[in-house]
Each structure stands twice: as structure tokens, then as C-alpha cells.
Design a protein around this ligand. Structure first.
Ligand SMILES: [Fe+2]
Ligand SMILES: [Fe+2]
Length: 261
């Protein structure tokens, strides 16, 4: 069956909520980098080299590290596809800046794996194990349509995994002595918030353009959240899952979408 496609008939309805230009983007990321480097400089060498966390923490954290690293790695691929196939320039620009952001996040997460001393041959197995977000991201990687990718990836997935869950992850890591993960999650929140807001602006534009688009967006939401639900199975990640749904519904319900479960 051919996949449903949505078209924004009037592209003028979408504009980048962050009003970025190349000039502004580069200046903003230079400031972000300065802030990040200052936070990182305050971390002791022992903490930076994972000497201050317990061996049990590292054993359990491998799954989380894989969830972070491979979702960012996936994002560098599906956002590149979204940029390449973008139906109009304003959307392409947003996707291209996001692509640069995701590359930066990917490098931060690679550093965590490396400093924690986890051999690269173990990374993929942790990602492919049951209970990760792998299924969702593999689905996104099969898509080619820009609008479907951005609705599912930015609006649904980042909308859900955005501010709420990254704060939970940052606080949890910090409490266990993993300060590098904590500053990485906090650094990422600011970019992810921008990705969510242009995803939200796109969804809003699609609904204003044609209220009938809401049905397809609802289907894309249901499909995405079902692929994520696996992560919550078994109850281990209950707090994560609840924060995840709550973050997402906060932006989705006001636009007329319904809860999936
Ligand atoms: Fe990211
Ligand atoms: Fe992102």
C-alpha cells in the first residue's frame, strides 16, 4: 500500500519559529559551544573518565547510552533525507540546521561511550536488544517523505522525548556521578526544543491548510507511539514513559489530536 502523503498547499503558512539565518545559526551555536565547554571544564578528570560511577551503573547505563547514540545517529540520516526532499526552502533550511545539531549530539554521545570504556562491538547489540527505541528509528529511516519524517521525528518523537525526559535523564545521570551525560543532555535540550517548535509549526500549518490533514497526522502519531510503547513494557522505564507521553500530549492535544492509548 502506498504511504499517505500530506502536501502543504500554501507553503507561506510555514515559517521558522526561530527565524534563523546562517549568520544567526552560527553565532548561536558558537555561544552554545562556549557554554558547553565551560560546563565541561568544571568536571574533574576522574568524573570525565567514568572513575566516579559504580560498575553496576555502567552495566545498566549501556542501554541508555545506546538509546542516545543511535537515535542521534539515526537523526543524522533521516533529517538529511528530509532536507534533500524538502518541498519548499523554508522547511529545507530548518532541516539543514537540525542536521548540524544532530551531528553535534552524535559526537557528544560517542564521547560518552568511549570515555566510559565500552567497546564499540557492544554498542549495536545494546541498541538492537528488546526495550529500546530502535524499532521506531528503523521505521523513520525507511521513510522518504519530508513531511512524514518531520511530523513523526520532530513533532511526535522529539515532542515526547524533549524537555521532560532529557531533564529526567540528566538528573538521574548526575545523581549517579555521570556528570558528562548530564551536561550533554542539558546541552541537547536547547536544540531539541527548537526542532520540536518547527515540527509543531509544520503540523499547525498543515491543519490550517486543510483540517482533513488531522486524520493522517493522528495515524502517524498512533503508529509512532505504538513503536515506542515497547520501551515501557516490563514497567522498568515507567517514569520515563509517563514523562514521554505527558510532554507529547502537552503540544499535541491543543492542536486537536487525541491520545493514542
Ligand atoms: Fe539530537
Ligand atoms: Fe533533534
Amino acid at each position: 500500500m502506498a504511504r499517505k502523503r500530506l502536501v502543504l498547499k500554501d507553503p507561506g503558512r510555514f515559517s521558522d519559529p526561530a527565524s534563523l539565518t546562517w549568520e544567526r545559526y552560527v553565532a548561536m551555536q558558537a555561544r552554545e559551544r562556549e557554554r558547553y565547554m565551560a560546563e565541561r571544564a568544571a568536571i574533574s578528570q576522574d568524573a570525565l573518565n567514568y572513575k566516579t560511577v559504580s560498575p553496576q551503573y555502567l552495566e545498566r547505563a549501556v542501554d541508555q547510552f545506546a538509546n542516545n547514540y543511535y537515535s542521534e545517529l539515526s537523526a543524522t540520516h533521516y533529517v538529511a533525507t528530509a532536507a534533500a526532499n524538502a518541498p519548499f526552502d523554508e522547511l529545507k533550511k530548518c532541516a539543514l540546521f537540525q542536521l548540524a545539531d544532530e551531528q553535534r549530539h552524535l559526537e557528544m554521545d560517542r564521547e560518552v561511550f568511549e570515555r566510559a570504556g565500552i567497546p564499540e562491538r557492544d554498542w549495536l547489540a545494546a541498541w538492537e536488544a528488546p526495550g529500546t527505541t530502535c524499532r521506531f528509528f528503523r521505521h523513520l529511516l525507511e521513510l522518504e517523505d519530508t513531511i512524514e519524517i518531520l511530523v513523526k521525528g520532530n513533532f511526535v518523537a522529539e515532542g515526547a522525548a524533549g524537555p521532560g525526559t532529557f531533564t529526567v535523564l540528566a538528573d538521574g545521570a548526575e545523581a549517579r556521578g555521570d556528570v558528562l551525560s548530564a551536561i550533554n543532555h542539558r546541552a541537547r535540550i536547547r536544540d531539541e526544543t527548537r526542532h520540536i517548535s518547527y515540527g509543531r509549526a509544520l503540523v499547525k500549518a498543515l491543519i490550517d491548510d486543510d483540517p482533513g490533514n488531522l486524520d493522517t497526522i493522528q495515524e502517524w502519531q498512533d503508529e509512532s507511539l505504538r513503536l515506542f510503547a515497547e520501551v515501557a513494557r516490563g514497567g522498568e522505564r515507567r517514569a520515563w514513559w509517563e514523562g514521554f507521553l505527558a510532554s507529547y500530549y502537552k503540544i499535541a492535544l491543543p492542536l486537536g489530536l487525541r491520545p493514542s492509548f
